[in-house]
Design a protein around this ligand. Structure first.
Ligand code: PMM
Length: 285
């Protein structure tokens, strides 16, 4: 069963929800709501990675997110920490987070692999080429699927040599990061190819710019939640470990449809409340 990672950006400037959950109280409330809607994990981030975003210091990042992580862990939620910084990953681990989600796959901070190894937490290594200021200039591929797989394979080699166990690692093709729209569609169409890496895969398409291509011109941002939910189903059908989404309710419903088709109950899909669709095991073993 594919897990749902609900996005909780505690930032003033993320592209789709920047500023909405910037206060600690608002962020905690939203995290609880994502959980109620059926998120298996809440992915908390304190630094925007949208194209062109400016960096924040690890101290500022931690001030934003650690109180949120601490409270949501206290409430019994499973937390993932979306960070490029090893110090922030360690602080979040100390506060009870159980996943490190590093969009740079260890490239941004040389200390990250050591923290992943030391904590033993699940570690998401996303395909990444450069920080937000430069990433769009590096969206150049002859064959995006082959090249992203090769670059992820290199990351796995480097991470495991640094002591990270293969069993900890989840890979992510990094939709929208140094990718043009056609690259994102090609990657989504060939998620099956990532199986050759032999590791779980997660997908983060939620509300990204390329989804605007399937909507009427000028459609508002929330309209991207429908194509996002469709992508969640495609990713789940391709065997994804998790999908990272803003609109958890829509993806929960979409994945319930898939689960009902795959394992019909005597009374059809209506027999599948969202909680029943949640796996009791959320790690990738
Ligand atoms: N995308 C964003 C942030 N974190 N993490 C993973 N693993 N995969 C992604 O695709 C990803 C991510 C950018 O989206 P946001 O600004 O809406 O959080």
């Amino acid at each position: 069963m594919t897990l749902i990672m609900g996005v909780l950006n505690v930032t003033p400037d993320s592209f789709s929800d920047g500023g909405q959950w910037a206060s600690t109280d608002a962020a905690i409330e939203h995290g609880m709501m994502l959980h109620t809607q059926g998120a298996d994990l809440i992915d908390v981030g304190g630094e925007s990675t949208r194209p062109g975003a400016t960096r924040v210091s690890p101290e500022q990042e931690q001030q934003r997110i650690i109180p949120v992580v601490t409270e949501l862990v206290r409430q019994g939620l499973r937390l993932s920490i979306d960070t490029l910084n090893a110090a922030t990953a360690r602080a979040a681990a100390n506060a009870g987070a159980c996943v490190i989600n590093d969009v740079s796959g260890g490239l941004a901070d040389p200390g990250m692999a050591g923290i992943a190894a030391e904590t033993g937490l699940t570690y998401v290594a996303m395909h990444w080429r450069a920080h937000a200021q430069q990433m769009d200039t590096l969206a150049d591929y002859d064959d995006v699927v082959t090249e992203v797989i090769a670059e992820l394979r290199t990351r796995v080699d480097v991470l495991t040599r640094a002591g990270v166990a293969r069993e900890q690692i989840v890979l992510d093709p990094g939709l929208g990061f140094s990718k043009k729209p056609e690259h994102n569609w090609q990657l989504l169409g060939r998620l099956d190819a990532f199986a050759e890496l032999g590791l779980p895969v997660m997908v983060g398409a939620s509300r990204k710019r390329f989804l605007a291509e399937v909507l009427p011109v000028g459609a508002p941002l929330p309209d991207r939640d429908l194509p996002t939910a469709v992508v969640s189903v495609l990713a789940a059908q391709a065997g994804a470990w998790a999908v990272r989404v803003h609109d958890v309710a829509a993806t929960r419903t979409a994945l319930n449809v898939l689960a009902s088709v795959q394992q019909p109950t005597p009374h059809g899909g209506r027999g599948l409340p969202h909680s029943a669709a949640r796996p009791s095991q959320w790690t990738h073993d």
